[in-house]
Design a protein around this ligand. Structure first.
Ligand code: T5A
Length: 217
């Protein structure tokens, strides 16, 4: 595929959406064709899956097995890639995605404690071969991220409502992924101002894109 996929990852309230919007506008301003999207819920099917996955009432009506959760997030991803991400990459665009495979590894692996090898096998099937070119991991303590979410909207969804240990395990799994894939990840201390975080992303993305496109010439 001619385009590149850039993903933004992190725990709840780490500032992913804020930074994805800024990154989209920056890349457009320097001449790139860009599409910004998110998981879960970017397609029609995905919207329905998102409703099930994030609704606090889901576990009251019938408890969701962790494997069901894993498969639903992965189904959302396959449909998202098939309908949106792959066609945009084929056109040569830069696709910025707010959460992608690493969220599944971190939440369903680190949080739900599912077998990491099984998750990797599911990724191989679900991603249709699409992998991120660069991943920005916005890192901060979960207490601060959850506080930001509460200040923004005053109520938490099904996953946000899990206990603090769950969120700490997710953060630890994200950091482990970054350690295992240093060529793809950049970890950014996001217990900082929005401007600071964006400056780090901006400097990095400018460098990696220049390097990538000068190699292609
Ligand atoms: N999930 C998802 C899985 O379990 N498995 C998966 O495979 C996938 C894909 C998605 C949920 O699904 C889970 C993870 C999640 O629990 P969502 O609604 O999409 O749920 O939630 P998030 O992606 O976490 O979105 P949030 O809105 O909660 O957080 P963001 O996008 O990280 O943060 P953002 O930018 O919206 O900012 C939150 C608030 O903080 C402020 C913003 O202004 C805003 O008010 N803020 C800052 N404040 C201070 N300093 C900064 N640097 C700030 N940056 C932003």
């Amino acid at each position: 595929m001619r385009g590149l996929l850039i993903t933004i990852e992190g725990i709840e309230g780490s500032g992913k959406t804020t930074q994805a919007i800024r990154l989209e506008s920056y890349l457009k301003s320097i001449g790139y064709q860009v599409l910004r999207t998110f998981e879960p819920g970017a397609t029609q099917l995905g919207k329905k899956l998102r409703g099930i996955l994030l609704d606090v009432n889901t576990d009251n009506s019938s408890s969701l097995h962790p494997i069901t959760e894993l498969l639903l997030f992965s189904a959302d991803r396959t449909q998202h890639i098939y309908e949106i991400i792959a066609p945009e990459l084929e056109q040569g665009k830069i696709v910025i995605c707010d959460r992608f495979i690493d969220s599944t590894t971190a939440y369903q692996g680190g949080g739900r404690k599912l077998d990491l090898n099984q998750i990797l096998e599911i990724h191989k099937i679900a991603t249709l071969g699409v992998i991120p070119f660069r991943t920005y991991l916005l890192d901060l303590p979960p207490e601060i991220g959850l506080q930001r979410v509460l200040e923004q909207r005053n109520k938490l969804d099904r996953l946000e409502s899990e206990n603090i240990e769950f969120h700490k395990n997710i953060r630890a799994q994200f950091l482990k992924l970054a350690e295992l894939n240093p060529e793809r990840f950049l970890v950014i201390d996001s217990n900082n101002t929005e401007d600071y975080v964006f400056e780090v992303i901006k400097n990095d993305v400018t460098r990696v894109l220049n390097e990538y496109y000068s190699r292609k010439k």
